[in-house]
Design a protein around this ligand. Structure first.
Ligand SMILES: Nc1ncnc2c1ncn2[C@@H]1O[C@H](COP(=O)(O)OP(=O)(O)OP(=O)(O)O)[C@@H](O)[C@H]1O
Ligand SMILES: [Mg+2]
Length: 439
């Protein structure tokens, strides 16, 4: 099964069809589908695929490459010599950071190879890496010897919520939201889940060898040397502490300065900093959110219960009892994606150019979609609940009240509610959507 990645494949195929040298960098979090994507793009093309390992890469690479280009057997054991034998070929090097770890000089070596040997050939060199910090600093940064050599960069993102349907054609949307709260759009986790979701999760947590227990440690190992404080911060955010003050409070001691930790977590994309949609990104009102649902799930349900899980006394009912509240956050992300889809298809009263959360003092609006040129605003409340008519009326009244606080006085205002299930979708005041509209 291969789901989506249409845009990525299009971009890759264009590069692979070109008559020039191409040096493409593909990166993204572990498990996101980099290898599968790269291999899909070369499915019907002759290529050399090499997965870099901890050591002896020159020797291993030669063995793989010789299957496609037997003459490479005669090459001296160094990268420069190898590439002389591989001109005009498609060469994929997966987990490139392993090459850098084995020999930091490969960066300048590859620079030299590109500049002297490959630049005027039709060679296609594709490198992949999952350590975001390493790929950022050693390959993509302007300080890297490889800076300016790449002809394309693809950062691989999770699949969209709507794509979960392809993994689970039989599941209803409600169950898909539950799964999304666990696996996000990360194919490796989606492949693990079986229906019904709660039976799967119960079994998975009870397994002595469950991937849930070590996965996040494994992810963190790629980015941080000393993860303890990072983990506490992630736990704090997973439990709904989003401001710097709240996070500090949760950690429970006067921590010198969390800013560098937060900065690093943002850099490797475990978290993101959001500001109210009506303010600039420099706004002091920044709040921190965990970027993917899998990590949020882990720090909310697994990490705090590791001992109980280890002892076999953890009861899945604990997760179930809290899950709807957790899904409140998850559903906001789903609703945002849904509105972006509607926007693309021109199915909203106006075309918005940005969308995001808003807050000020104690007030908060889940989503505001804006077109500042035409001065139009759509205010959206997202509710992971079954809504009766009277709930809808109440939510609308409150949303209307809050919309006056945002300071968009001269904007034309529209309102919407996205709920899990809405009793009757007839309402003159605002747009109403629920899971039924997702199909
Ligand atoms: N587009 C997709 N559709 C369906 N399954 C996918 C897709 N992409 C990846 N997968 C599956 O998800 C799993 C992880 O994918 P893959 O190994 O390509 O990820 P990766 O980013 O290379 O991970 P790592 O960093 O751990 O090497 C694989 O089992 C793969 O088959
Ligand atoms: Mg891979």
């Amino acid at each position: 099964m291969f789901v989506d990645r249409e845009e990525e494949l299009k971009a890759l195929n264009e590069k692979l069809d070109s008559n020039n040298f191409e040096f493409i960098v593909i990166y993204g979090r572990r498990r996101i589908g980099k290898t599968k994507l790269a291999l899909k793009s070369v499915e019907n093309r002759e290529h050399i695929y090499y997965l870099a390992v901890e050591g002896d890469n020159l020797k291993h690479f030669k063995r793989y490459a010789s299957k496609v280009e037997p003459t490479i057997e005669y090459a001296k054991e160094d990268w420069e010599a190898y590439f002389n034998f591989l001109k005009d070929k498609i060469i994929i090097i997966d987990e490139f950071p392993n090459l850098i770890k084995e020999n930091p000089n490969v960066l300048s070596l590859f620079q030299r190879i590109v500049d002297i040997h490959l630049k005027n050939t039709k060679t296609k060199l594709i490198i992949l890496g999952s350590s975001i910090s390493m790929m950022g600093e050693k390959v993509l940064s302007y300080k890297s010897p490889l800076y300016g050599r790449k002809t394309g960069v693809l950062k691989i993102k999770p699949l969209k919520f709507k794509h979960l349907k392809e993994f689970f054609p039989k599941a209803i949307w409600e169950e898909l939201v539950e799964i999304y709260g666990f696996a996000d759009g990360i194919p490796y986790y989606l492949e693990k889940v079986k229906l019904p979701f709660w039976d799967y999760l119960d079994k998975e947590i009870k397994r002595v060898d469950s991937f849930l227990r070590y996965e996040v440690d494994f992810l963190m190992k790629y980015e941080f040397e000393e993860p303890t404080t990072y983990k506490k911060i992630l736990e704090a955010i997973a439990f709904g502490n989003h401001t710097l003050g709240e996070i500090k409070n949760y950690l429970g001691f006067k921590h010198s300065d969390l800013t560098p930790y937060l900065k690093n977590l943002i850099e490797v994309e475990f978290i993101e900093r959001q500001t109210p949609i009506t303010e600039s990104v420099k706004s002091k009102k920044g709040r921190y959110y965990i970027k993917d649902n899998f990590i949020a799930f882990y720090f909310r349900y697994i990490f705090p219960n590791l001992s109980a899980i280890e002892e076999g006394i953890f009861d899945i009912e604990e997760i179930k009892a809290d899950y709807n509240q957790y899904l409140g956050f998850v559903f906001e992300k789903v609703a945002k994606e849904f509105l972006i889809e509607l926007n693309k298809m021109n199915k909203l009263p106006f075309k918005f150019l940005k969308i995001g959360r808003w807050w000020h003092r104690g007030e908060e609006i889940d989503l505001i979609a804006l077109n500042d040129n035409d001065k139009k605003a759509l205010f959206v409340e997202v509710k992971w609940k079954d809504l009766k008519d009277r709930d809808v009326k109440k939510i609308y009244r409150d949303l209307y009240r809050k919309s006056k606080l945002v300071g968009l006085d001269d904007y034309e205002k529209y309102y919407a509610i996205v709920g899990k299930k809405i009793e009757s979708k007839e309402n003159g005041d605002c747009l109403l959507f629920d899971l039924e509209d997702f199909s």
